[in-house]
Structure formats: structure tokens, C-alpha cells
Design a protein around this ligand. Structure first.
Ligand code: HEC
Length: 150
């Protein structure tokens, strides 16, 4: 009897890991519990630190605050976006063909995990569907932030 139980237990573990393997190949992770936690916490942090300027719905504000809901800049500058949350941005940029010149202040107290959560939220809301931005990936990027942001 004990043998039977442990055998089915092993099958169960194998099944789970097989399922995980297949769901990780190719498509972005948007279904795991971890993804959901990141999005929920990321949204809270976004409301607290970002929505004053970029608005709750990510629309931005005229030519003062650039939009996040649809942003070619976000699509093309993933690393810079992670860095600017923490260190701000002082160079003029073009978003969807419009110029923005006002500097953005960073939130230097954000941890790598918080940046990963905010990034997961903004990169999977509105027009974006990137999948999870894991804390390990965020840490790697943030270590390499350049002086453009600082
Ligand atoms: C005080 C207003 C303000 C706050 C708060 C703020 N931003 Fe910004 N953000 C700006 C401005 C202004 C720019 C343009 C900076 C430039 O041109 O150098 C910008 C640029 C950006 C960009 C790149 C341009 C784009 O639209 O894709 C992203 C992404 C971004 N901010 C995300 C965030 C996130 C995430 C937070 C919260 C952690 C945040 N911002 C907080 C004002 C703000």
C-alpha cells in the first residue's frame, strides 16, 4: 500500500513538472501564481509611484507626461525603462512620434523585486503582453544601468 501511494505521488510530481516544462516553452508566462502576484503588487506600486503623472489608465498627460498604454519607447527600450524607474530620466525622448523633454524623477528606494513587479504590471497592461519580468532579470538589468539615467 505504501508503495502504491509513493508511486502515485511520484507520478503526480512528474506530471506537474512536465506541465510546467511545456507551459514555459515559447509563450510568455501569464498564467502562473507568481505572475498574478507580481501584477497585483505591481499595480499597487504603480498607483503609488507612477499614476500621478502617467495616469491610472497609462494615457500620460498631453505633451508633459508620455503615455505607457501604447508606447513604442517601452517596446524598444526595455532595459532603460527598468533603470528609469529607479534613477529617473533626463534626456529628451520620442514616444509614438512625440517629443518629451521634461525630466522624470526616479524612485531610488525601489527594490529590484518592486521594479520587477511594476515592470510586470506595465508590460502586461493596456497594449502590452510581454509576460513576467522576473526579479532575477530585473536585478541583472539594474546592475548595468548607465549614467544616462543617473
Ligand atoms: C513626476 C512625474 C512622473 C512620475 C511620478 C513618473 N514618471 Fe515616468 N516619465 C515622466 C516624464 C516627464 C517622462 C519623460 C522623461 C524624459 O523625457 O526624459 C517619463 C518617462 C517614462 C517612460 C518612458 C517613456 C514612455 O512613455 O514609454 C516610462 C516607461 C515611464 N516614465 C514609466 C514610469 C514608471 C513605471 C513610474 C513609476 C515608478 C514613473 N514613470 C513615474 C514623468 C513621471
Amino acid at each position: 500500500m505504501i508503495k502504491v501511494i509513493s508511486f502515485s505521488g511520484l507520478c503526480f510530481v512528474l506530471l506537474i513538472s512536465l506541465f510546467n516544462c511545456s507551459s514555459n516553452s515559447g509563450k510568455p508566462d501569464t498564467t502562473s501564481i507568481k505572475f498574478t502576484q507580481y501584477v497585483v503588487r505591481g499595480e499597487e506600486l504603480y498607483q503609488k509611484h507612477c499614476s500621478n503623472c502617467h495616469q491610472k489608465n497609462g494615457s500620460g498627460l498631453g505633451l508633459v507626461y508620455p503615455p505607457l498604454n501604447t508606447s513604442d519607447y517601452m517596446n524598444q527600450n526595455f532595459e532603460k525603462v527598468l533603470c528609469l524607474m529607479k534613477y529617473g530620466l533626463k534626456e529628451p525622448i520620442t514616444v509614438n512620434g512625440k517629443s518629451f523633454v521634461q525630466p522624470m524623477p526616479g524612485v531610488v528606494t525601489l527594490t529590484d523585486l518592486e521594479i520587477a513587479e511594476i515592470a510586470t504590471y506595465i508590460y502586461n497592461s493596456w497594449d502590452h503582453n510581454r509576460g513576467i519580468v522576473d526579479v532575477a532579470e530585473a536585478s541583472r538589468v539594474i546592475k548595468a544601468c548607465t549614467s544616462v539615467n543617473q
